[in-house]
Design a protein around this ligand. Structure first.
Ligand code: SF4
Ligand code: SF4
Length: 142
């Protein structure tokens, strides 16, 4: 069996952990949280460091310095992963669910997420200072 079927997130090596990311770019979209309910909604406004063509972070190793509120998923409390998109491998694994058929670990093709149309490339835009995030809320990610 594959490592993601036998290991918990906490048991994975760094390389295994990193390979789980399908490169969708969804977690790099700006999010809004309802103060009362705690509900998270996504917008289609992307972090300035997200390359919208490849859906990869331009400066991944420096991301926490460049974008202080970039969330580090390497955290012990996996129950907090509920805010991640429903297709995110970290959320799926933390909930005991299988990876989608287009995931690169299953296809063997690192571009299969893009080929399946599961990245944010087609609809996201880099956030501008004048943007009101509430005008850009997307419903399908939650
Ligand atoms: S939402 Fe999950 S799978 Fe998609 S880029 Fe973010 S961490 Fe990777
Ligand atoms: S700094 Fe990079 S990893 Fe962090 S939110 Fe922005 S694009 Fe995503």
């Amino acid at each position: 069996m594959a490592f993601w079927q036998t290991k918990s997130l906490a048991e994975m090596s760094h390389a295994e952990w990193e390979s789980l990311c399908d490169g969708c770019g969804k977690c790099c979209l700006h999010k809004l949280e309802d103060e009362d309910s705690g509900q998270i909604v996504f917008t289609r406004l992307a972090c300035e460091q997200l390359d919208l063509a490849s859906c990869r972070c331009r400066h991944y190793s420096e991301r926490n310095r460049l974008v202080p509120d970039c969330l580090d998923l390497h955290q012990p409390d996996f129950s907090q992963f509920h805010w991640l998109p429903s297709t995110c491998a970290y959320r799926l694994i933390s909930e005991g669910r299988p990876l989608p058929e287009w995931h690169p670990l299953l296809t063997g093709n690192r571009y299969s997420t893009q080929a399946a149309g599961k990245t944010v490339s087609r609809f996201a835009r880099t956030a501008q200072a004048e943007d009101d995030p509430e005008d850009y809320i997307v419903a399908w990610l939650t």
